[in-house]
Design a protein around this ligand. Structure first.
Ligand code: ZN
Length: 184
């Protein structure tokens, strides 16, 4: 396994629409299996709770997520390792929640983003088996953030008010007291 370089804002790969994979070929595709292993390792080393393939310069519809016993997010519900291929939302609630987000591709920036509070989606796992996922809370937000990356969308695009965009240092000084941040 290897830690991959994370593409930062300004790298055109982050603005591309990623390509779907053939689910029947995932299991035996060594390149894809190695990519997934490397994405998991990169997410863990970089202390993210999610990573999308375009963030490691591969325009493919793959995301990985994990949040287990994080000291960094003590108030967030954890979730196990997930590998999602070709994820598609089948439902996004009209009810929304606001939360501060960060992103490994936009280091040092924080923004207050509005997301659906509950989602349902279909995807394939890394072996090409079908998955149906229902999520709320932190996982619902993380899923929306990661799957946006597959369509060239970053959290900045979801900010209802640019006054709620902050560098980490100023976030800590002015906003952090009553907010926690989700680094996705
Ligand atoms: Zn991100």
């Amino acid at each position: 396994m290897a830690v991959l370089k994370v593409a930062k804002l300004g790298n055109p790969i982050l603005r591309q629409t990623a390509k779907s994979l053939n689910p029947e070929k995932i299991r035996n595709d060594q390149d894809i299996q190695a990519l997934i292993d490397d994405m998991i390792e990169t997410m863990r080393v970089e202390h993210g709770v999610g990573l999308a393939a375009p963030q490691v310069s591969r325009a493919l519809r793959i995301v990985v997520l994990e949040c287990q016993g994080s000291e960094r997010y003590p108030d967030k519900g954890g979730f196990p390792l997930m590998v999602l291929v070709n994820p598609v939302f089948t439902r996004r609630s009209r009810k929304v929640v606001k939360g501060w987000e960060g992103c490994l591709s936009l280091p040092d920036l924080r923004g207050l983003v509005t997301r659906s509070s509950e989602v349902e989606l279909e995807a394939y796992d890394r072996f090409g088996e079908r998955l149906v996922i229902k999520a709320d809370g932190f996982l619902a937000i993380a899923l929306q953030h990661e799957i946006d990356h597959l369509d060239g969308i970053v959290f900045l695009d979801r900010l209802p008010d640019l006054a709620h965009l902050a560098y980490q240092e100023e976030f800590d000084a002015y906003w952090a007291e009553d907010a926690s941040v989700t680094e996705i």
